[in-house]
Design a protein around this ligand. Structure first.
Ligand code: RB5
Length: 151
């Protein structure tokens, strides 16, 4: 599984910690930046390249971190095929993948600490979409809406 990560200044420290944690668990990760802490950077500039890569199928699962996680989720969901959500607890980190095929998890670097982030990230990357009929039906409805948005 190809995993990508991105953060603005509000999520930079947590991004570095998540990247180190994933690599420590032998999970390789593509880092879309920021490469350094820059308090004047803007989350759309960092999150869009990651979301574009997920949309293009170059990355299977993305993790985007900004201060609250809100801006990151707003940007990420502008890209077709990206199913992004702001996650703060483990149930949704797992169930969001199993039911909704969430492929980009957004976190608030100013909201959660590194230990909770570690649990959320591991739950997210280990979870698999079940593909059960009711979930497929719901996703098809989402895709119909998306097809109208992006045509
Ligand atoms: C940056 O200061 C902050 O506004 C941004 O990281 C994020 O919280 C937006 O949702």
């Amino acid at each position: 599984m190809k995993i990508g990560i991105a953060a603005d200044h509000g999520g930079f420290t947590l991004k570095q910690e998540i990247r180190d944690m994933l690599e420590g668990n032998d999970i390789s990760v593509t880092d879309f930046g920021a490469d350094e802490l820059d308090s004047s950077d803007d989350y759309p500039d960092l999150v869009a390249p990651l979301a574009r890569a997920v949309s293009a199928g170059l990355i299977d699962r993305g993790i985007a971190v900004c201060g609250s996680g809100v801006g990151a989720s707003v940007v990420a969901n502008k890209f077709p095929g990206v199913r992004a959500a702001l996650i703060t607890e483990t149930y949704s980190a797992r169930q969001g993948v199993e039911h909704d095929n969430m492929n980009l998890m957004c976190l608030g670097g100013r909201v959660i600490g590194p230990e909770l982030a570690r649990e959320l990230v591991l739950a997210f990357v280990k979870a698999q979409y079940t593909g059960e009929a009711r979930h497929r039906r719901r996703l098809q409805k989402v895709e119909k809406i998306e097809a109208r948005m992006f045509k």
